[in-house]
Design a protein around this ligand. Structure first.
Ligand code: UDP
Length: 333
């Protein structure tokens, strides 16, 4: 490989899986993480680890020079929708301002490729589902807007400087490394599959179903759940595409293009665990769209990426295995 890859947020959930995917593809990797929410143990011993902040321009440029960094995969950021409503400045600092500084550092230090963690939250409440990349971007919370603003910065910078980028808009990320090397470990995650796994392992008593009167087949919310290892692979494919197409950039949804309702997810969890997890009907959660499913034609047409772990039962089984690992190792809160 011609250079090393800097992974910001490489000690976090998605970043740590991307590190594994890069290593599996033969890349040399340097992780930059401030461990605000990540875990040192989530980064393999063989990987160079730099403790620091992406907004520290001098340190980032020194790291780029020292390790012959030619591309940045930027995962570091904040990702809780509800928190972003109560503390918008944190999101505009960690997601927008810090990214702006990192991009400036990249330009100054001669990095040519940048892969950015974006989100389906940039669409807000899409009118047409499956939602395609050119649908209106109308985020309904500071989280989505903080990511959309960074996409815009990248577009403008790529037009002015020798840098190309991929902005990957994630749908509902779930599951864990099939080899059991990493998984979602941050306490307090409120995502459905995580909550259901906690209920299955006895960490909580029941799962609340947030609304049963949505305009969906069974009345509960429908989402495009994607296995974190497939998402990680999409980053490696995007990196290789950026290198092969230096004058082009890409904004692409990463999802499977199919949705499951809350009830369907819970049925799969019951099936995988051979349990009947208690379900409680609860009110709708503010800001939840009824259906969020990716139109994924662009990524399938552009990249060599193909999903390998899409089966919902495998996603749930891997998440469950990781939850058990966390509890056995005493790593869970
Ligand atoms: N959901 C639920 N109970 C929970 C968590 C989530 O019914 O304990 C529903 C939520 O209303 C949505 C879907 O599950 O319809 C996915 O929510 P999640 O928080 O996993 O992801 P989001 O789509 O909000 O990013």
């Amino acid at each position: 490989k011609p250079f090393s890859v800097l992974v910001t947020g490489g000690a976090g959930y998605i970043g740590s899986h991307a590190v594994l995917a890069l290593l599996d593809a033969g890349w040399k990797v340097v992780v930059l993480d401030n461990l605000a929410t990540g875990f040192r143990w989530a980064v393999p011993e063989t990987v160079e680890f730099v403790l620091g902040d992406v907004a520290d321009m001098e340190m980032v440029q020194a790291t780029i020079a020292k390790h012959n960094i030619g591309a940045i995969l930027h995962f570091a950021g904040s990702l809780l929708v509800g928190e972003s409503v109560g503390n918008p400045l944190k999101y505009y600092r960690n997601n927008t301002a810090a990214s702006r500084t990192l991009i400036e550092a990249a330009i100054g230090a001669g990095v040519h490729h940048f892969v950015f963690s974006s989100t389906a939250a940039t669409y807000g409440m899409p009118e047409v589902v499956p939602v395609a990349e050119d649908a209106p971007k109308a985020p309904i919370n500071p989280y989505g807007l903080s990511k959309l603003m960074t996409e815009q910065i990248l577009a403008d910078v790529a037009a002015a400087h020798p840098l190309n980028y991929a902005a990957l808009r994630y749908f509902n990320v779930a599951g864990a490394d099939p080899q059991g090397r990493s998984g979602q470990s941050v306490a307090g995650a409120t995502h459905l599959i995580h909550i259901a796994c906690e209920a299955a392992t006895g960490k909580r008593g029941h799962v609340g179903i947030y609304g049963d009167d949505y305009p969906t087949p069974d009345g509960t919310g429908v989402r495009d759940y994607i296995h974190v290892s497939d998402l990680a692979d999409a980053h490696v494919a995007a990196l290789e595409w950026l290198i092969a197409n230096p004058s082009e950039s890409l904004t692409a949804n990463v999802g499977y293009g199919r949705g499951y309702s809350v009830l369907e997810v819970l049925d799969v969890v019951d099936h995988v665990t051979n349990m009947a997890i208690e379900r409680r009907q609860e009110p709708r959660r503010a800001g939840d769209p009824p259906t969020l499913v990716a139109d994924n034609r662009r990524i399938l047409e552009t990249l060599s990426w193909r999903p390998r772990h899409g089966d919902l039962a495998s996603i749930v089984a891997s998440a469950l295995a990781w939850e058990r690992t966390l509890q056995e190792r005493g790593l869970s809160s």
